[in-house]
Design a protein. Structure first.
Length: 175
């Protein structure tokens, strides 16, 4: 082959294949998100409150960028997740299993929030007041609802009007 033939071959065949391979590598699905344990200094992405200072289940949303948002309450997590203008690619949503965690000082016990059961309207409060208690299994959620009141819902049954923050974070002037 002559030099001109090699250059044409390179430009017509090898270069496009290289570009296709490179673009395919860029479109690999993101690795599954893994819940991150909160520390004494982990703060809420919405209001800056320190998560460890408050009772009730915490939550986190992970994005394709690799950066998570942390929430001191499940209501805050749902209010962000359910926003119609949410445009970030979400790779994982986590909350704590309150069937295995201490309500006053929950630590660990992270579960996939989309598989959890939630109790709406119980007497138990979280950092922002009324919250959705989260559980990995229906039996624990039913037991909690029987003891503290409320209705058991799946992740998909929670709607934006159930997680209105207009009485909480938005109007809190003490921060």
């Amino acid at each position: 082959m002559t030099q001109i033939s090699i250059n044409r071959f390179t430009l017509s065949i090898v270069l496009p294949l290289t570009l296709v391979a490179a673009l395919t590598a860029c479109n690999k699905p993101a690795a599954p998100a893994v819940a991150q344990e909160i520390t004494a200094g982990t703060s809420c992405s919405l209001d800056g409150m320190t998560l460890a200072d408050f009772p009730g289940p915490k939550a986190q949303i992970h994005y394709a960028t690799g950066e998570p948002d942390y929430f001191c309450d499940t209501v805050e997590m749902f209010s962000i997740y359910l926003q119609p203008e949410q445009k970030k690619t979400i790779t994982g949503v986590f909350t704590q299993d309150m069937g295995k965690s201490d309500w006053e000082k929950p630590q660990g016990n992270w579960i996939d929030a989309k598989l959890a059961f939630y109790v709406l309207g119980s007497k138990k409060t979280g950092s922002m007041g009324p919250t959705l208690a989260s559980f990995s299994n229906r039996q624990d959620a039913d037991k909690f609802a029987k003891e503290f009141g409320g209705k058991v819902l799946s992740f998909d049954e929670v709607t934006l009007d159930m997680v209105d923050l207009s009485g909480g974070v938005i109007h809190d002037e003490h921060m």
